[in-house]
Write a protein of this length. Structure first.
Length: 282
């Protein structure tokens, strides 16, 4: 570095000017050394810069709440009531990577043509074997206003054990179910299928069909013994509203066979109806 000083100035002035320049150079050097960038070479991110956003962890609780409306309430081919409003709550917790423990409660109520109320509760286990998924468990039913509604009938509860399997074969799921009613000591078998037809990334169509078979008088009320029970057809249209909410309208049909022809007399042996359900998972 070269410092140019006017040689025509008095000696005292020249010495004073040199002293001032040296003081300024020294101060600049101290400030430069105190700066973090003096050692880092490239400036680092300021400590006051906002931290990167943490993505929320998707960890559902295993709860599913559903509310719905059914124009007709049929259970395994047996008609109970019309215009039912219902709600359910289900909880599932994994025990292993293939086995889960599940609980559910269900309540439905109707006012026409009879006042009908029902509460269900159940516990079951589901095992995923890879090629098929098997569910087995116990369900308890309580009829608050009698089995036939309006306080009619002496039976106010029932309970059963059963199992259900779902086996995918290509695009079609084949299912088979068996239930033993502990109250009336009768057996019920059911076989069917369903498939999912995507319409968009948020809408699908799921047609399904089942056929039921009774061994013994399975709520045929003395009108039939071992016999085919009914044929059920249904089309669900699940609509994904959000990551956790799904709206599912449906239409369904029930065709009574020998096991239910003698008891489904109020609404007729064959019936077409619809409904809708809204489910939210937590």
């Amino acid at each position: 570095m070269f410092i140019l000083i006017n040689s025509k100035l008095p000696i005292e002035s020249r010495l004073m000017k040199i002293h001032c320049l040296l003081s300024a150079i020294t101060l600049a050097a101290v400030v430069s050394l105190a700066s973090p960038s003096a050692f880092a070479g490239t400036p680092t991110t300021s400590a006051k810069a906002p931290a990167p956003a943490i993505e929320p962890v998707d960890d559902p609780l295993g709860l599913k709440a559903t509310v719905g409306y059914d124009m007709r309430y049929y259970v395994r081919g047996f008609w109970f009531s019309n215009h039912n409003v219902w709600t359910s709550l289900a909880y599932s917790t994994p025990l292993t990577d293939k086995l889960s423990l599940d609980f559910f409660t269900y309540y439905t109520q109707a006012w026409t043509p009879v006042e009908y109320n029902e509460v269900d509760a159940g516990v079951y286990m589901t095992y995923d074997a890879g090629f098929t998924k098997v569910t087995f468990g116990y369900t308890w039913y309580y009829y608050l206003n009698g089995f036939f509604g309006d306080g009619l009938g002496t039976q106010d509860y029932s309970h059963e054990v059963g199992f259900n399997s779902v086996t995918p074969l290509g695009p079609v799921n084949f299912n088979f179910a068996y239930y033993y009613d502990l109250y009336i000591a009768a057996n019920y078998f059911q076989a069917g299928f369903d498939t999912t037809i995507p319409v968009t990334d948020k809408i699908a169509i799921i047609p399904s069909a089942v056929v039921g078979y009774n061994v013994g008088d399975y709520y045929s009320l003395g009108t039939a013994d071992t016999s085919f029970n009914h044929i059920g057809l249904r089309i669900d249209v699940p609509i994904t509203l959000t990551k956790t909410a799904t709206l599912t309208p449906y239409i369904a049909a029930n065709f009574s066979l020998e096991g239910k022809e003698g008891v489904n007399t109020i609404e007729g042996k064959n019936e077409l109806w619809g409904g809708v359900a809204l489910s939210v998972t937590f």
